[in-house]
Write a protein that binds this ligand. Sequence first.
Ligand code: GAL
Length: 670
Amino acid sequence: MHMPLTNPTHFNSDLRTPDRLELGVCYYPEQWPCEKWEEDARRMVELGLSWVRIGEFAWAQIEPRRGEFHWAWLDQAIEILGGAGLRVILGTPTAAPPKWLVDLYPEILPVDATGVVRKFGARRHYCFSNRRYRLEAARITEAVARRYGENVHVHAWQTDNEYGDHDTIYSYSSEAQRAFRLWLAERYGSIDELNRAWGTSFWSMRYDSFQEVDLPNSLVEEPSPTHGVDFIRFSSDQVKSFNKAQVDIIRAHSPGRPVTHNFMSQNTDFDHYKVGEDIDVASWDVYPMGGLLNGRLSAKDKERYLRVGDPDQPAFNHDLYRAVGRGRVWVMEQQPGPVNWAGHNQSPADGMVRLWTWLAYAHGVDMVSYFRWRQAPFAQEQFHSGLLLPNSEADQGYFEVAAVMEEMKRLPKGEVRGKAKVAIVLDYESRWATRVLPQGRSYSASAIALDWYSTVARFGADVDFIGQHSDIDGYRLVLAPDLVIAEEAFVDRLARSEAKVVFGARSGSKTKDMHIPEGLPPGPLAKLIDLSVSRVESLPEFHSERVLYGNETYAAGGWRETVRTEETVIASFDGPYRQGSPALVGNDKARYLAVAATGALLDKVIGDALGWAGLECLPDLGDLRVTRRGRLRFAFNFGQAPAEVPAAATAEFLVGNRSLKPVDVAIWTE
Ligand code: GAL
């Protein structure tokens, strides 16, 4: 059999950052007759695309029966795409185990929290803990990596597809139970230690051995929160090791090619930083229309942003995944028009595909790939648009990509996004802590973090995300909206840094064991700010508290704490219940907010904090967003009216101009 072209010395270049934005597309040769491939490849290149991602669901076409490999079609597809000038990103097909594999080893199927086996017929039907599936995943990864590892056209790899999609991180199978027990034995060393950490003296829950411990599903009441968080920690580690096994195989056969994984918007089901440690570039999938409808905004704002999406949700994720990718981030799937999977699937406004593409570049993304090339006339995603209609005519997204390609020629090359002055802490363990113990139905740490991010963005400041492992040198202001489990080492590093810090409510309120810290919350944060929290309450949506801050009174709701402190009280509660109790306290180094702030109160808290940290900010930008990448400055109008761009008098506009129409982009240098 003829082997594909290889050239082992060709490739180091794709580990570097490209000197300008590159564009690509997701393509499924297995879904189209091969007569179309050449024409498709030619048109992709004609449009200006340089990358094409393929293969991530093609296991059944590669290996239709056990051990029977059909490479010819994939050899040919790669040859045609690569021959036309496209760089191929090859996916490992492990998100879609074929029917014969499921029939041979039904135990690979995941089990949901009610104990029901999730069946074959869609995708992601595997359990991360299943040892047989791990062998099979390694086997197919090895086969594909061996075959194409040094193919001249294969320039990058994607592992699996969207870990976490369709709620597939947590499986309650017997294999998961077995692996969980081993994981617990490793974590705790002795069952006494587990009994202590889980607080099993409560409700007679004590265990005599790790073999007795079950998964925390189908219980009469909620599990011990430590049990709950440990199961998430365990499941997260399973994702990391599953991914790492593939990365190791790919690296062995395909040196010099970057490996990525395509993460999902704001998914916190596993620790993304930990998976990020093992890959070269983080990528994520940008679907802002569904994100809007499922997201944090009021019905009124959803109406206002119906066809443009939440203005801050894509930028938040670009910034987050830049941190996950340790500086390198791609968009693997950019929505090109309406999608099929949300509760409602409105069309983005014409112009949004262009806007989102420039927004990604501005936030440090080096490659944007659109999902998908052509709309599929069959199967699950028939309502999902592509750059082309099902009959191959160019659709709206195609023309917007062409516009980006034209505009790109006007920009200088080699601009790199610099470090921001503001950092926001996003800590996955803390997210799990409030997921397991929300203490209020409407408490949403992800909405709180996005609100904080959005407020900083409206004042025109750029943000980097950090975890507790991250380097914090150089930040002037660190915002920690929900750092529930604060690590001593991180607090010490904050203390030694130059940064001013603002902590949101619940920060420092749990230890690693999910206990209330000795000496009360905020536990280790007391090193930075002298206070203790003696009571917390969650409040229903219909109720709001009043907070007196300066001479103004603000509404706040959802969460309130009673704080005792000798520090300066910057704002206090102003209502019949515990009148005068501190709402925001602080010293020279740190501030602590004892309430869930949104709207005008959050604007005031963040606006003041930016000033306190000596950072310049702009007056509230409303529906405009600005950011910079190297010398390039960008403005994006998410509003319904034209807006004036806050550019200096010396600005030289490369794209657009000072007056920005709705759904439009301006790019300039000063
Ligand atoms: C993503 C997934 C793609 C496709 C897309 C549709 O979550 O990775 O394969 O299903 O959604 O929007």
